[in-house]
Design a protein around this ligand. Sequence first.
Ligand code: HEC
Ligand code: HEC
Ligand code: HEC
Length: 427
Amino acid sequence: MKRWPGALIVLVLAALLYWRYAGPTSDPQTPLAQQRADAAALRDPALIARGKYLATVGDCAACHTMLGGTRYAGGRSLATPFGDVPAPNITPDPDTGLGHWSFDDFWQALHDGKGRHGELLYPVFSYTSFTRVTRDDARAIFAYLQSLPPVPQAATPLGLAFPYDVRSGLLAWRALYFKAGEFRPDPARSAEWNRGAYLVQGLGHCNECHAPRNAFGGITQNGRLTGGQIPQLEWYAPDLSTRRGGGLEGWSARDIVDLLQRGQSAKGAAFGPMAEVVYNSTQHMTDTDLQAMAVYLQSLPPRAVAAAPAPLSLAASGGRGEKIYTQHCADCHGTDGNGVAGIYPPLNGNTSVNEPTGINAIRSVLLGGFPPVTAGNPRPYSMPPYAQPLSDDDITAVISYIRRSWSNKASAVSPADVAKLRQAPND
Ligand code: HEC
Ligand code: HEC
Ligand code: HEC
């Protein structure tokens, strides 16, 4: 009998802990009638339709779908420099998905980056951007996800090693690189600009790729879209400013809308991870939303102009780059580097040719490929891969040549860069 009080304390503590970690995060005081009314409101077809559109803008299916798997049923693992993080099942299956989730649980995930039991989520889930999404839009997305057929599919195990598998370790990361907060419109700007800023910074999560990351995977200049190398993917997502010195220098709003809607514009074509973004997400956006995003991107400040690159000695390569270009490339991209309108992208003034690292041009030439198939460009023209016919030295010469020809003023690349990128994963 003497042991009772101790056991009681343990029990009470256990109950409290259970409440804290396992209990629903929704208000336990919500009367049953209210909960039923909320659930009924979530079945509104107009709300679900809006949620479907917003989930497409957020590209949720891209990560939450396994290759060949059911959409939103999870299973795909996302590579990070620290190991693999699987995207969970977000269909309403009660055991393996979001079946038991309330809207407040969902909001906590999207807005605060926390799971249903308060556990900290890894930022490979783009909540650093999704936190800008309004509660109203989040509710529509939740209504849509809850309307999907439930798919039982258990989670893939976390592929992170100690210490990265300890979620509480994210506390320090979050203190440095995450600030929860809905988008606040700027009253000094037009409604169109604000809509564009909201979409680019929030659901579009453009910044997750188009910004530099440090060794901890943190983005230090949130929202600046100044371009960065995507960890693990070996692609460079360019600076998105259209001003002088910007990565999209000279792009009109029309060019931006074309790229996002058709996968190709008069200034360039989408490839690599951007082709997937266009294919899964942006091609389905309304003209009004695309136009708003273009207006916002056109207002981005120019990035600091990089130091002039060391002049490349074309003589040293014996005109080899020019010779290879004339032989293998000029038929499509033109001796003047201006391509063929609507068919072959120009290389003169091309963002991906001029980006600071040279990665995109090297990988385009190694892999070849075609822009995404879209309603606006259903049968895109393709480029052959040159990994086989051209040696590292040939590719180095031709890329260095196109990066310094016509109006282009980027630095030369080295055979070591080409050799390394031959080994990079192709996705
Ligand atoms: C870039 C990939 C990516 C995108 C885009 C993405 N997610 Fe996720 N999401 C993940 C990963 C990975 C996790 C798991 C994180 C973890 O385990 O800490 C996750 C976790 C979640 C969770 C928590 C689920 C749980 O069981 O705890 C929800 C809810 C969620 N995502 C919803 C969405 C919605 C809604 C969208 C679109 C607006 C979206 N995600 C877009 C990768 C992504
Ligand atoms: C998954 C990573 C990723 C996301 C998310 C992403 N991008 Fe990109 N983007 C890239 C990469 C890589 C490139 C370079 C390849 C290319 O030019 O297509 C690129 C290129 C671009 C280009 C230039 C295309 C060209 O032909 O030079 C534009 C414009 C662009 N992105 C806009 C956006 C916008 C707007 C968003 C948000 C709605 C976005 N991107 C989201 C990876 C991404
Ligand atoms: C048969 C026509 C053809 C030939 C030959 C060709 N290309 Fe391309 N090139 C294309 C097409 C089409 C694209 C768009 C591919 C995409 O979006 O995935 C492209 C894209 C590119 C890009 C990326 C720019 C962008 O905006 O998409 C670079 C860089 C490039 N080519 C360089 C070269 C070089 C260098 C050679 C010669 C070694 C070459 N190409 C030969 C048709 C061609």
